[in-house]
Design a protein around this ligand. Structure first.
Ligand SMILES: Cc1cc2nc3c(=O)[nH]c(=O)nc-3n(C[C@H](O)[C@H](O)[C@H](O)COP(=O)(O)OP(=O)(O)OC[C@H]3O[C@@H](n4cnc5c(N)ncnc54)[C@H](O)[C@@H]3O)c2cc1C
Length: 381
């Protein structure tokens, strides 16, 4: 195990930085190590070189997009290299009907870029600009557009991936690995880019495809009209948390009742708001880490602002999360465990089921043979 200063020397070719002072994630429930080493590669090739070096030296790597996941899986330990994707943020129009975006591009910003050309990205997260493109893949991804267009997975044509040995390759939709990348939380490789399908804003009068156009990350950062809005004033002072169940339509009522009962028995935990319901259309196979059957389903959730301090909330939140996992298993549905407060790897096994969990473990052995990627999240370290 190497200390941050040793990692800085080992990765000196990639402009590493030793950071003092812990970082957190949206919701602030957990913290990283006080000191860690980080790198932000500027290209897919550089990303592949960094991971190849980490693989040869057995250095554990932690991957971080925008830090919007609530389960702490993007927080580095002291002996881990933090891989930030923020410089992988360019957006390109290079194949008819699609846009290719760097891993670290904020999904809402990508949508703003393509809307300038008369197209849109049909599925983005609800709320405000936050998750990166690759973070959305790593979680799975759904939003208001899922009613018509399905989950994010239905709207991605290909992913460029760097595996745990530093090999860069394109994974197309018809590749057997493709569905496993959605909801895999970086266990099977680091997403460098994703090619997203576009729809015209006006289907009656579709615009010409803007081959060769696009935007760099610097341009997006410097253009207020391309940046999506952040949380509004009231949200900025609150710690909002979510708990989602993916449930078939025939169990929607019973799932609602279970969430209502959970809220009643954890009344002081969150300042609960009206529960959300998003229908998710299904046209293609559903990623096995998201939902167990190829059928349309609903994302329903309980949410609100945390009423306790993060320290005081830890035990009650854990109890809430464990109860929710039990309900999900009993109802044959899933939690959105990839992006929400989770405490230990047993919850992943319980949610995925033994067969899917073991299949993911086998894929990981192929994709990340030295097990350097996001250790301790999903599987025991
Ligand atoms: C305000 C808010 C609203 C949200 N709304 C929705 C919503 O409507 N629908 C929805 O589906 N989700 C929603 N989410 C959840 C969010 O989409 C996920 O948590 C997503 O993973 C966050 O992306 P990120 O870039 O912040 O990733 P991070 O939090 O930085 O990382 C999350 C996970 O992804 C991994 N990861 C990050 N980048 C990569 C990469 N390049 N390659 C491989 N793995 C990577 C990390 O290691 C970690 O395991 C919301 C979250 C917030 C805070």
């Amino acid at each position: 195990m190497q200390r941050p200063q040793q990692l800085r020397e080992l990765f000196s070719a990639f402009a590493p930085r030793v950071i003092s002072g812990s970082i957190s994630h949206y919701g602030g429930l957990r913290q990283s190590a006080e000191t860690f080493c980080e790198i932000a590669p500027a290209s897919s090739a550089e990303l592949a070189d960094v991971i190849g070096t980490a693989h040869r030296h057995g250095v554990p790597v932690r991957i971080r997009g925008q830090g919007h996941g609530l389960n702490g899986a993007s927080l580095p330990g002291a002996h881990e290299l933090l891989l930030r994707t923020e410089r992988l943020g360019d957006v390109r129009f290079e194949a008819e009907g699609t846009v290719t975006a760097g891993a670290g591009a904020v999904l809402w910003d990508v949508r703003n870029v393509v809307e300038r050309h008369g197209f849109t990205v049909p599925v983005v997260n609800d709320g405000h600009a936050g998750p990166s493109v690759a973070g959305f893949v790593a979680a799975g991804g759904f939003g208001p557009g899922s009613r018509l267009h399905g989950g994010f997975w239905e709207n991605v044509a290909a992913v460029t991936l760097v595996d745990g040995a530093g090999q860069l390759r394109r994974v197309d939709r018809d590749d057997a690995l493709f569905p496993w990348l959605f909801g895999a939380m970086g266990q099977l490789g680091i997403v460098a880019e994703a090619t997203l399908e576009l729809i015209p804003l006006d289907s009656a009068d579709p615009p010409p495809y803007p081959m060769g156009a696009g935007a760099t990350r610097e341009l997006i950062a410097a253009s207020p009209e391309l940046k999506g809005p952040g949380p509004d004033e009231s949200e900025r002072d609150e710690q909002l948390l979510w708990f989602t169940l993916f449930t078939p339509g025939k169990r929607l009522a019973v799932a609602q009742a279970r969430l209502a009962a959970l809220e009643a028995s954890h009344a002081g935990l969150l300042d609960y708001r009206r529960r959300y319901v998003y229908p998710i259309r299904q046209r293609r196979p559903v990623p096995p880490l998201i939902y167990p059957r190829d059928e349309p389903f609903f994302a329903i959730g309980s949410w609100g602002a945390l009423s306790l301090s993060p320290g005081a909330a830890a035990d009650p939140l854990r109890a809430y999360a464990e109860e929710l996992t039990r309900h999900a298993v009993e109802l044959g549905c899933r939690r959105y465990i990839q992006s929400e407060a989770t405490w230990d790897v047993d919850a992943y096994r319980a949610c995925f089921g033994d067969e899917t969990y073991e299949a993911l473990r086998n894929l990981k052995a192929q994709q990340d043979p030295a097990r350097i990627l996001n250790r301790g999240a999903v599987f025991d370290p």
